[in-house]
Design a protein around this ligand. Structure first.
Ligand code: FE2
Ligand code: FE2
Length: 145
């Protein structure tokens, strides 16, 4: 599958998981968070292992890629903090809300800015090849969890 189509499809799923997690109540919260965490981390890793390194050295795309790494880092920090916050608290919900807003903004930016740069630099064949590698990484990240 084309790398950008794969990312876009994944973003759709992640947006739903973010919404479900924010709306979860009671004992559902931890379960929703675990699911979201697994999927979000696997998504970040496949981008960081395949697409980002490929684009990082292209002058046209470099700045967007560097921003992407930073935005992943912010999401990882919030995910880590959530490990220490009880799911029944208001603080938990506040952190999930901020995570949701940050990740949604990041995904929208990837789909507009980064995709535009990627299409300018990569041809169809290469996008297919990168997509295949990303699918493999995502599958092994999910299996390992
Ligand atoms: Fe990303
Ligand atoms: Fe993404």
């Amino acid at each position: 599958m084309d790398a950008l189509d794969l990312i876009k499809e994944d973003h759709k799923r992640l947006k739903k998981l973010l919404k479900d997690t924010l709306e979860a109540e009671g004992s559902q919260r931890e379960h929703a968070m675990d699911h979201l965490r697994t999927e979000l981390v696997a998504h970040e890793r496949m981008e960081e292992e395949v697409l980002y390194p490929r684009l990082r050295d292209e002058n046209k795309a470099r700045q967007e890629v560097l921003e992407g790494y930073e935005e992943h880092h912010v999401a990882d920090v919030i995910l880590d903090e959530l490990l220490d916050v009880p799911a029944e608290t208001d603080l938990w919900k506040a952190k999930v809300k901020v995570l949701k807003e940050n990740v949604e903004h990041h995904m929208d930016e990837e789909e507009s800015e980064l995709f535009k740069k990627a299409r300018a630099v990569l041809d169809r064949d290469e996008l297919e090849r990168l997509g295949e590698r990303m699918e493999q990484i995502k599958r092994s990240a999910e299996d390992a969890d």
